[in-house]
Design a protein around this ligand. Structure first.
Ligand SMILES: Nc1ccn([C@@H]2O[C@H](COP(=O)(O)O)[C@@H](O)[C@H]2O)c(=O)n1
Ligand SMILES: C[C@@]1(CO)OP(=O)(O)OP(=O)(O)OC[C@H]1O
Length: 159
């Protein structure tokens, strides 16, 4: 049996924060604001995974009112959800993700992100696609106020 899920997330850019996307720290003058480390891409993938198994969203599993998740490593949150998915007997077919950011240039970090996401989802980097786009200076991403990400994941029940 196949199950598909999609995710979308946005975090605001602010000074004095590290920029962590797809589990990789990217050198930049600003970082993403959030209750956790605000890894917008891992949050999006977590939501897509939860969507695929009909289990709501990241905020339902890890409320941003819970001090336990203050400054949480988003990789740990995804690991927890991925364990739930494996226990239900699913494995990843593939994931396709888009980072929407005017700056910085994501291209040098795409391969490390794929490798890290593959590690978290217990698959090969070839099963993960990560791409990036600007919004041609339009909207909140175009003005550099924030970064968005979206993802689709396809799961298959292992035989
Ligand atoms: N933050 C970003 C945005 C884009 N890229 C790469 O540049 C290409 C062109 O972007 P457009 O928004 O002008 O279509 C895009 O296809 C990405 O390869 C990037 O690395 N980082
Ligand atoms: C990850 C959580 C929990 O620390 O916090 P944030 O980093 O604010 O992220 P968001 O995508 O707004 O929602 C999920 C949250 O509950």
């Amino acid at each position: 049996m196949f199950r598909i899920g999609q995710g979308f997330d946005v975090h605001q850019l602010a000074e004095g924060r590290p920029l962590i996307i797809g589990g990789i720290e990217i050198p930049y003058e600003k970082g993403l604001l959030g209750h956790s480390d605000a890894d917008v891409l891992l949050h999006t993938i977590t939501d897509a995974c939860l969507g695929a198994i009909g289990e709501g969203d990241i905020g339902r599993h890890f409320p941003d009112t819970d001090p336990a998740f203050k400054d949480a490593d988003s990789a740990k949150l995804l690991e927890h959800i991925w364990k739930m998915i494996r226990e239900k007997g699913y494995e990843l077919v593939n994931a396709d993700c888009t980072i929407i950011a005017q700056k910085p240039k994501m291209a040098p970090y795409i391969e490390p992100m794929k490798a890290r996401i593959a590690e978290l989802l217990e698959c090969t980097p070839e099963q993960i696609n990560v791409k990036a786009t600007t919004t041609e200076q339009l909207g909140f991403t175009g003005r550099g106020e924030g970064i968005a990400a979206q993802a689709v994941v396809l799961l298959q029940k292992a035989k």
